[in-house]
Design a protein around this ligand. Structure first.
Ligand SMILES: CC(C)(COP(=O)(O)OP(=O)(O)OC[C@H]1O[C@@H](n2cnc3c(N)ncnc32)[C@H](O)[C@@H]1OP(=O)(O)O)[C@@H](O)C(=O)NCCC(=O)NCCS
Length: 177
């Protein structure tokens, strides 16, 4: 089973498999986005062990050429974000993005768009036919972002049947490669 290359580039970004030395920075990037938690319940404050666990899982899976992969996103020698994904999940030749986050200091600078264009190209090169991900409906900036990146096929919807201040619902969307 193919994984994304351990290191790859776009015009401005350097993407590489996560390493344990990066864990404090990954936690800082994620926790800096905790305001997203009101729209997407996966954005909560987690302890450092959580991030170390994700990086370790990605490294272990890498040895066995497995499904879970976490990569960091660097710009000018600084980590500005990361993503993690599941290869061939929930079906063959589909790459499921389970997290994608950029530090608020660099958001709205076109890095996300550049990164996803690069990921689409790289995922296709290793044999994937589609990228899927779940978006929470209250996360309007993310909805705008993913739709603009070409995630325009709705696969599924889930969550509360009615909107209120605390309820959440999400859609799974796909971009065909
Ligand atoms: C969502 C995210 C990955 C987008 O990356 P980005 O580099 O900021 O996005 P880009 O600069 O490439 O923006 C592309 C388009 O997305 C939309 N967009 C991005 N950020 C937005 C915001 N804060 N508000 C509204 N629209 C936004 C816009 O339509 C934008 O196009 P435009 O600039 O022509 O209007 C990034 O903002 C982020 O990490 N957000 C917090 C975590 C998160 O919500 N992750 C996604 C979970 S599903």
């Amino acid at each position: 089973m193919n994984r994304l290359p351990a290191s790859w580039q776009t015009d401005r970004l350097h993407i590489a498999d996560g390493v344990l030395e990066s864990v404090p920075r990954l936690m800082a990037i994620f926790n800096a986005c905790s305001h997203v938690g009101q729209w997407d319940p996966t954005f909560q404050i987690y302890p450092e062990e959580e991030f170390a666990g994700l990086v370790t899982r990605s490294m272990v899976d890498g040895v066995g050429n497995g499904r879970f992969q976490l990569q960091t996103i660097g710009h000018n020698d600084q980590l500005i974000g990361y993503f993690h994904c599941h290869h061939h999940h929930p079906q063959p030749q589909t790459l499921l993005i389970s997290m994608f986050v950029l530090h608020p200091d660099v958001q709205k600078g076109g890095f996300g768009t550049e990164m996803i264009a690069g990921l689409a190209h790289t995922a296709k090169a290793i044999g994937h036919h589609a990228i899927w991900l779940e978006i929470f409906l209250k996360n309007w900036p993310a909805l705008r972002f993913w739709i603009k990146c070409g995630f325009t096929t709705i696969i599924d919807m889930d969550g509360a049947p009615q909107h209120d201040a605390t309820s959440h619902a999400s859609i799974v969307v796909a971009k065909n490669l």
